[in-house]
Design a protein around this ligand. Sequence first.
Ligand SMILES: CC(=O)Nc1ccn([C@H]2C[C@H](O)[C@@H](CO)O2)c(=O)n1
Length: 104
Amino acid sequence: MLTKMTFFERFERDILSGAKTITLRDEAESHVEPGQILPVSTFEMDRWFCEIQIVDVTPVTLAELTDVHAEQENMTLAQLRNVIAEIYPGLEQLFMIRFSVLPQ
Ligand SMILES: CC(=O)Nc1ccn([C@H]2C[C@H](O)[C@@H](CO)O2)c(=O)n1
């Protein structure tokens, strides 16, 4: 089970504002459970910036991604597909992790 989660710095503002409420991860980063509270830090500098509570975890394939997923990422679907292709080239099976940011 994961005990922390990292995000690229460029997503910090969207996470803290509540504009980004999901993240799509590979299987290795999908091992979180509903209700679990995790510290969140930046991937680049490992700088803590909030705590999140996991709402749920749902398998989703790249082909199944829709505008709803993109909206939850605060992106267009084209942007989301590009981000996924950069981070997880060639990966089809993803896991959608829904979360809420805990008050600091
Ligand atoms: C190490 C690593 O993979 N870190 C990640 C993975 C994904 N994200 C963000 C990028 C997109 O908004 C979604 C979809 O993958 O999650 C991230 O910030 N850091």
